[in-house]
Design a protein around this ligand. Structure first.
Ligand code: GLC
Length: 460
């Protein structure tokens, strides 16, 4: 018993503690008395068993896991399966549901965009290309992640800074980096050896070696690249721009450089690969996957692609007969790799932000990224993994790739990025199909981009 005199001088929480002590006291004396008679012992055992079933065993079996939905390109959706299985094993209370989308990044972006515009998005997580962040964040479709990152004690300094910065909008982080990306040049080592040539360093050498290999009858085509009117075209084009010392939009001044002579030279180079027969006429309809298939089928000596194509190539007919290197350049420019990459954001409309965060946090872990890279060849976003002995044994180019990605070329980080990219793609396509000359096409693209940027808010 708690004497009332004490109760008066105690606060509410102390009173609760006192009452709990009293209850415990009655319960233990009841159990002590009950134990003396068999029927009471039986009664206590039955009540105990029911309580155990009701509060411990049933809930464990009947509790439904929380479903967290995310839309992912079909190719990667399938590659993610082992990672998702590991996540489920470690997190049985969360069901991570991967919904498969088409492979072209802007088709996935359109699907997310229409889901958000319709109001209640079915997706809890957003698997985001680096270029969507300003648009999605500016539209208010994502939750900021900084508080969660701080509470989880995650050190963003361990990630590639390009990937972290690409996830920010106006100072807040909206996308947890998962895998990084950078455009590279793939080439056939066996064919170059056959004609005694070194891998090319410049655009001119690329064309020259291609024509030699074609003339020798070793290959149908010299060089294939992403020429279809979609986001992959803009990603590839910023590399050619950098190679000619040109730029699309200066990120500091928002100055548009598309109608400068260096940028027009970049378009002229791509057009010339088609007119000279180094690239097939069909290149203007190719995205990453058709390009990869031509390379794997031995139809081309060079291709521009992302590192994901490396491990897939090693499982193809040309395994061991190709290598990758940084993109070629002209004497006035630098070798450019477009900064790509993917990460997870949390949809503002989700009913399960905590479960969604647990997935994003799991994907960002070093062990997860390492295992995923080993399984798929995708590039991690954690810096230290580029020197990981097991990863380097599998992908010897990783240490060099770190340098390439850390010096990569950005697509303009502006909220109207997808419109700017649409303008560029439209006029590049007009130049490739020769309905416009390269300079007329680039003048029109520059004019429209300037008009767009006059209304564009800055990303950071
Ligand atoms: C890759 C890159 C991405 C880019 C896309 C273009 O997926 O990671 O950033 O936008 O290719 O096709």
């Amino acid at each position: 018993m708690i004497p009332t005199i004490f109760a008066k001088s105690l606060g509410t929480s102390e009173l609760w503690v006192g009452m709990f002590g009293l209850l415990l006291h009655f319960l233990t004396s009841f159990l002590r008395d009950s134990w003396r008679s068999t029927s009471r012992r039986l009664f206590v055992a039955v009540v105990g068993a029911i309580a155990l079933l009701q509060w411990v065993i049933f809930p464990a079996f009947t509790q439904q896991p929380v479903t967290v939905k995310v839309l992912v390109q079909a190719l990667e959706g399938a590659q993610l399966a082992p990672l998702v299985e590991r996540f489920h094993r470690e997190n049985p209370d969360i069901e991570l549901d991967i919904v498969e989308a088409p492979n072209d990044t802007n088709n996935v972006e359109d699907l997310y965009t229409s889901a958000f515009l319709l109001g209640q998005s079915p997706y809890d997580l957003v698997y985001m290309d680096i270029v969507w962040v300003p648009k999605f964040a500016a539209a208010g479709w994502l939750l900021p992640l900084d508080d969660r990152i701080e509470r989880a004690g995650i050190d963003l300094g361990k990630f590639l800074q390009g990937d972290v910065n690409g996830g920010r909008y106006r100072g807040e982080l909206y996308r947890m980096p998962f895998r990084s990306d950078g455009g590279m040049l793939y080439y056939r080592t066996d064919w170059l050896q056959a004609v005694g040539r070194q891998p090319p360093a410049t655009f001119d050498e690329l064309v020259d070696v291609s024509q030699e290999l074609q003339a020798q009858g070793l290959t149908d085509w010299g060089y294939v690249w992403q020429g279809k009117q979609y986001e992959g075209l803009s990603a590839m084009f910023v590399e050619v721009l950098a190679g000619y010392g040109a730029y699309w939009v200066d990120p500091d001044t928002l100055d548009v450089g598309l109608d400068r002579s260096e940028a027009i030279a970049a378009v002229e180079f791509l057009v010339s690969t088609i007119t000279s027969g180094v690239s097939p006429p069909g290149v203007t309809t190719y995205s990453e996957e058709p390009v990869r298939r031509l390379f794997e089928n031995g139809r081309t000596a060079f291709m521009r692609n992302w590192p994901y194509a490396y491990s897939l190539g090693q499982q193809s007919a040309i395994a061991g007969q190709f290598a990758i290197q940084p993109m070629v350049r002209s004497s006035q420019g630098r070798s450019g790799a477009c900064q790509g990459g993917w990460g997870l954001g949390i949809a503002k409309t989700t009913a399960h932000p905590d479960a969604a965060w647990r997935v994003a946090e799991y994907f960002a872990r070093a062990e997860t990224q390492k295992q995923y890279s080993l399984e798929t060849g995708y590039v991690p976003s954690r810096r230290e993994l580029f020197a990981d002995p097991e990863l380097v044994a599998e992908f010897s180019y990783l240490p060099d790739l770190l340098n390439v990605i850390e010096n990569s070329v950005l697509r303009p980080p502006i909220a109207q990025y997808s419109q700017a990219s649409d303008i560029l793609q439209r006029y590049l396509s007009a130049a490739f199909s020769r309905t416009m000359t390269p300079d007329a096409a680039m003048e029109a693209a520059a004019r429209e981009t300037r008009a767009l940027l006059r209304s564009a808010p800055r990303a950071s």
